[in-house]
Design a protein around this ligand. Structure first.
Ligand code: UN1
Length: 514
């Protein structure tokens, strides 16, 4: 099957039209102009898509620019109407789309559906927010002055999204960018172009004016062409730290342009001597192995107090050794495959690294046993849990670098909550984390002192809701390309001050005499 290509200025195009074909593009072979979407559980090709070039991005940005003026002139409520249409579509097609997500990115079916649910939650929030106040009335020192904070759109927003939430995260970025009055050029992840195409079809069917929403399929070069273009006013990026830091660094040097990036984490769960171990084991299993460890909020560090260490370890290992890896479309599967062959190698590398750095391996199901692999799925990208314990040392790479797989370290600590948080914070990242304890003092200490964007008490560190800010500190983020806080990245604030008198009177006691 062949994908429909890019969606630019209200048209589907394969991007190979002579008018947009650059000299270098003309010399590329057909194979270089297309790429395949693969089912990671079976290795089978789902469809072939056009690979976007800088010329395609150029056309999309031109369309977005020319649509900007008319779009920003509509009311918030009129703009949101198009999103409400998509909201209904997402809800009506929830199960069907959930299955497509599972097929294209390998997440087990409840996760595929939850991805779609999170998408319509975000659309509901953004479109509903169109009827809420969008500024502040601010007091003035001068009785005859009125002061306000008002918002206006920044212009063209470039969105670059990851494969692991191929429906939800595009809407984190785009629902808010559009309702706030920006036009959008979006590049879906190269692993999930099918989901990208379906979302573009929803925008088309919503009747949104041509050029307001544009989608270019492709790889990092197309993403870079979006991020680097001076017509883009804000770049929203969710994905790897490597790419995110590059974007943030490049954009940082351009005055007036903004990048909000949300990158990965090396997320930890602190299990104190006051923990309810039923909750601890449950939360840790969910955090480490849901989505096959491939969430940016997945946990790869379990920091466990010595008093409960042995019991926790025995119970955690017992479940990890037995957890159901298999066909993502089967209801009783807990973990689907990894996303692609290269990623399996990356996970293998981190498992080996942990051994080299002194890990005592407790569970190694990296090479799944033959009988665990579903029939006919031998070409799938299977990996199972890898669990190890290791003596804590600050500079171990396996405790600092994100593997993005079902690879998890148990670290034993002694002392108080301060000691646990010190270990917890000793990574370059700071996205999500959890504490498991029945002592509210420990919970509150963790909440206030741990370096985190998302902190959980007696819960897994995955599963954030869209009405909360989603983002991190340190290497995990700069800005919030997501959920509630994305409004800050896609709007300008105007401090609007008006004089109600015929005299000029200044604040700060400044003389107005001339
Ligand atoms: C991601 O991990 O890449 O908080 C996004 C969660 C989801 C989003 C995860 N709502 O687990």
């Amino acid at each position: 099957e062949r994908g429909r290509g890019h969606y630019i200025g209200g048209e589907w195009t394969d991007g190979n039209g002579a008018e947009r074909r650059s000299a270098s593009d003309r010399t590329r072979s057909d194979a270089e102009r297309t790429f395949e979407s693969e089912n990671p559980a079976t290795g089978e090709t789902l469809a072939t898509f056009q690979r976007g070039t800088a010329a395609d991005v150029d056309a999309a940005l031109a369309a977005a620019e020319s649509a900007a003026e008319a779009w920003r002139s509509l009311s918030y409520i009129d703009r949101a109407e198009y999103l409400w249409d998509i909201y209904h579509e997402l809800r009506d097609r929830h199960d069907e789309l959930g299955e497509i997500v599972s097929k294209e990115c390998g997440k087990e079916i409840s996760e595929g559906k939850a991805d779609v649910t999170e998408a319509w939650h975000m659309v509901e929030w953004a479109a509903g927010n169109a009827r809420h106040p969008h500024g502040d009335i601010v007091p003035s020192e001068i009785g005859s002055k009125d002061a306000y904070m008002r918002r206006k759109p920044r212009g063209v927003v470039g969105c670059i999204t990851p494969w692991n939430f191929p429906v939800a995260i595009p809407f984190w970025h785009m629902a808010i960018a559009l309702v706030e009055g920006n036009t959008v050029v979006w590049k879906p992840a190269e692993q999930t172009p099918w989901c990208g195409q379906i979302i573009a079809e929803m925008f088309e069917e919503s009747g949104i004016p041509d050029g307001v929403f544009n989608m270019v399929q492709g790889f990092g070069d197309a993403g870079a062409a979006i991020a680097d273009d001076e017509r883009v006013d804000t770049v929203l990026f969710t994905g790897s730290a490597e790419v995110g830091h590059e974007i943030a660094g490049n954009v940082g040097g351009e005055p007036g342009k903004l990048a909000a990036c949300e990158m990965g984490g090396k997320n930890g769960i602190v299990i104190t001597e006051e923990a309810d171990l039923d909750i601890a084991v449950h939360a840790a299993i969910m955090s480490s192995f849901k989505t096959t460890g491939q969430r940016c909020v997945s946990s790869e560090r379990l920091i466990v107090h010595e008093d409960v260490y042995d019991e926790f370890k025995a119970r955690f290992v017992d479940i990890a050794a037995d957890i159901a890896v298999g066909d993502p479309l089967e209801e009783d599967t807990f973990m689907g495959p990894a996303i692609e062959a290269d990623h399996v190698e990356k996970i293998r590398g981190y498992n080996e690294l942990a051994r080299e750095e002194g890990a005592n391996v407790l569970v190694d199901r990296f090479e799944l046993a033959n009988e665990e692999i579903p029939d006919g799925s031998e070409d799938g990208h299977w990996v199972g849990p890898f669990v190890y314990e290791i003596d804590y040392e600050s500079d171990l790479r396996c405790l600092n670098e994100e593997c993005f797989g079902p690879h998890v370290a148990l670290i034993e600590y002694s002392g108080g909550i301060e000691d646990a948080v010190e270990i917890h914070d000793d990574t370059p990242y700071g996205l999500a984390g959890a504490i498991i304890s029945e002592d509210y003092r420990q919970l509150n200490y963790f909440r206030d002192r741990a370096d985190l964007g998302l902190a959980y008490a007696n819960l897994p560190c995955i599963g954030a809701e869209v009405q909360l800010p989603f983002g991190g500190v340190k290497k995990s983020g700069n800005g919030y390309p997501s959920a509630r806080e994305a409004i800050e990245a896609v709007t300008e604030r105007t401090a609007w001050t008006m004089n109600n008198s015929r005299e000029i009177e200044m604040a700060q006691g400044l003389s107005a005499d001339i």
